[in-house]
Every structure is written in structure tokens, then in C-alpha cells.
Ligand binder design. Structure first.
Ligand code: C2G
Length: 131
């Protein structure tokens, strides 16, 4: 049986850095499951709402050919529950989260990928503001 890989993210103002990490995650297994963080979770974390609402962000992620399943991530602390619920055996994240989820190594493999340099949602928003 192939690996079931899970990853999480906001994926706001979708860009090539997001494509790259999802592509790399999908190459680790036969199924890729993506938790898209909710609008409320983002507000709690960053004190602002994403540009695109959770349904739009979910729809974009779901449309990608290397993504098999999507769901809304309601809480950062529920990773253990999501991993068990979706029967994932690999958790893969960008290295901005390096070390943060190592405690989950008792239930799955945990991998961090290097981020794509020089692109971020925050930077795109800054550029658009100046136009
Ligand atoms: N990413 C990347 N390269 C970039 C930008 C983002 O590889 N240039 C990756 C991040 O490392 C992350 C994923 O894309 O793994 C999604 O990034 P964000 O949308 O910024 O997600 P974040 O707000 O970090 O996730 O449980 C995590 C939460 O859902 C929040």
C-alpha cells in the first residue's frame, strides 16, 4: 500500500511556492490530503482574515491534480486528530515549521521541505497595495 501524506496550510493568494510544496508532498506517497486552515484560525493567529475565504482556498487546492482530499483545518493543535482520522503515515510541512511537529513522530513520519525562495503571500499583498 502507498503512503498517505498529509500537509497543512492557509494557501492564501495561491502562488508557485504553494504548487511546489504540494507537488513535493505528493511525490512522497500515493495519496495527498491537505488541511486548509480556516478563516477563523487565521484571524486568531495573524489578527487579519485571508484575502480569499476558506471555501475559495479549499476549492483551489481541491482542483490540483496531485491533491486527493481536502478539509478545513479548524485548530493548529488538532494535528494528531487529523493524522489519525485521515490515516496519514507522513506529515510534510515547509521548513518555516521546522521542528514544530516532531512530537508527532510517534504516530507518523515528519518531514520538512525547504520553502521556495523569494515568494510569499505577504509580499504579493505588499506589491499589489503599491500598484
Ligand atoms: N510555502 C513554501 N514556499 C513559499 C511559501 C509557502 O514552501 N515561498 C509553503 C509553507 O512552508 C507551507 C505551505 O506552503 O508549508 C503553506 O503556506 P502558508 O499558506 O503560509 O501556510 P501557513 O499559514 O504556514 O499554515 O497548520 C499550519 C497552518 O495551516 C498554517
Amino acid at each position: 500500500m502507498g503512503n498517505r501524506v498529509i500537509t497543512f496550510g492557509t494557501f492564501d493568494v495561491f502562488h508557485v511556492g504553494h504548487v511546489n510544496i504540494l507537488e513535493k508532498c505528493s511525490q512522497l506517497g500515493s495519496e495527498l490530503i491537505v488541511g486548509v486552515s480556516s478563516d477563523a484560525l487565521n484571524f486568531k493567529k495573524k489578527n487579519r482574515y485571508p484575502v480569499y475565504d476558506e471555501y475559495s482556498r479549499l476549492k483551489i487546492i481541491k482542483s490540483l491534480k496531485f491533491v486527493n482530499e481536502v478539509f478545513i483545518e479548524e485548530s493548529l493543535e488538532q494535528k494528531r486528530h487529523y493524522i489519525n482520522y485521515y490515516r496519514a503515515n507522513i506529515l510534510a510541512m515547509g521548513d518555516d515549521w521546522e521542528g514544530r511537529f516532531d512530537d508527532l513522530r510517534d504516530i507518523c513520519e515528519v518531514t520538512y521541505f525547504p520553502r521556495t525562495p523569494s515568494i510569499s503571500t505577504t509580499e504579493i499583498i505588499e506589491i499589489a497595495r503599491k500598484l
